[in-house]
Design a binder for this molecule. Structure first.
Ligand code: SF4
Ligand code: SF4
Length: 183
């Protein structure tokens, strides 16, 4: 017989003895493995009560950023959508009205902005492409959901809290990995 590797074993076909049929030795070996794991450090955590610390380069859920006065930065230029390899971003642009200058930083803004988190691969290209520092990938992730529709994140879901009206929530949403304009 020609062997392909040196790992082959000759299998014994002789009938099992009564002691072998009781499988006691095999059960004992299995239990020893189980007990040996009791004293080892657990590789799992009790999520969501406990969470792991993310790597400093972790990129997660997108955040639509505001400026220091709380105005939306996004000008609906569409560069993030063009750069997105997963075609996960859609938006609709609108013209800013004279009485909306306190809401939107630029003359054009995203009236509708959506990201499909089931398509997103969290590559960060949308952040790289944005000329207004309006979008960045934070250090959180999209929580689980029961419906596909629940993974379509709308502008209201993505927009960071107002820095003046809700500074604590704003800081929390910024996280460790802050956009360039905030650093
Ligand atoms: S992180 Fe990548 S895949 Fe996700 S929306 Fe941005 S560009 Fe698209
Ligand atoms: S997030 Fe940035 S790149 Fe995308 S539409 Fe808004 S301004 Fe343009």
């Amino acid at each position: 017989m020609q062997a392909l590797t040196n790992r082959w074993k000759l299998v014994s076909r002789k009938p099992m003895t009564v002691v072998e049929r009781l499988y006691l030795w095999n059960i004992f070996k299995g239990m020893m493995i189980t007990f040996s794991h009791i004293f080892k450090r657990k590789p799992t955590v009790n999520y969501p009560e406990q969470t792991r610390t993310f790597s400093p380069v972790f990129r997660g859920l997108q955040v639509l950023n505001r400026d220091e006065d709380g105005r939306e930065r996004c000008t609906a230029c569409g560069l993030c959508a063009v750069a997105c390899p997963a075609e996960a971003i859609t938006m609709e642009a609108a013209e800013r009205l004279p009485n909306e200058e306190h809401l939107y930083k630029e003359e054009k803004y995203a009236a509708k902005y959506e990201i499909n988190m089931l398509r997103c691969i969290f590559c960060g290209l949308c952040e790289e492409a944005c000329p207004k520092d309006a979008i960045y990938l934070s250090q959180t992730f999209a929580p689980s959901n029961y419906s596909r529709q629940g993974f379509i994140y709308k502008k209201e879901d993505l927009l960071i809290p107002h820095p003046i009206e809700n500074p604590e929530a704003f800081e929390k949403a910024l996280g460790e990995r802050k956009p360039k304009t905030i650093n």
